[in-house]
Design a protein around this ligand. Structure first.
Ligand code: FES
Length: 167
């Protein structure tokens, strides 16, 4: 089959067009690749920041959704001890005082959020992080840096269960 003669300008323009298209395609792929890497990097940085900022709001919403916790009587702590449990996502303690009374308080320090411990010898709640001390019956501040009392919960005993509700 004979060659079809082509105009030199036409050949040049076709060649130039293919070359331009090739560079353009490679450029597009390179840019898309860089964009995908950049997107992954931005996501890797932004997601932990989002989780950090959203966590208190999510925890507050979760806590608000939970109105009561039931603990079977057989899990009642013996007098002079405390039972740690979770009210939603929050560590909470049910204290059985030596005089037989019960108190339920959040176990999250109001200073910087450390988990506090019941000290039966002093009948206090102590935060080991910075020495905060609370009343083990009311959650009121006694000493140290915590700015607010511990949150209290209502405690009722009925039908073989200990019912913990918001105060
Ligand atoms: S976190 Fe409890 S006293 Fe600072």
């Amino acid at each position: 089959m004979p060659d079809i003669p082509m105009d030199k300008d036409f050949e040049a323009s076709v060649g130039a067009s293919d070359a331009t298209e090739g560079v353009s395609r490679r450029g597009f792929i390179a840019r898309a690749g860089l964009g995908a890497v950049g997107l992954c990097y931005a996501g890797a940085v932004a997601y932990p920041v989002y989780r950090y900022l959203a966590a208190p709001a999510e925890q507050a919403a979760e806590l608000a959704a939970i109105t009561e916790v039931k603990i079977p009587e057989e899990k009642m702590p013996s007098p002079g001890t405390a039972l740690m449990f979770r009210f939603g996502s929050r560590p909470t303690m049910l204290i059985h005082h030596k005089d037989g009374t019960l108190a339920c308080l959040t176990a999250v320090c109001t200073h910087l959020g450390c988990t506090v411990q019941y000290q039966p010898e002093q009948d206090h709640i102590h935060c080991a992080c910075h020495g905060g001390v609370y009343d083990a019956r009311t959650g009121a501040n006694i000493s140290g840096p915590p700015p607010k009392p511990l949150q209290r919960f209502n405690v009722e005993r009925a039908n073989g269960q200990i019912l913990i509700t918001r105060a």
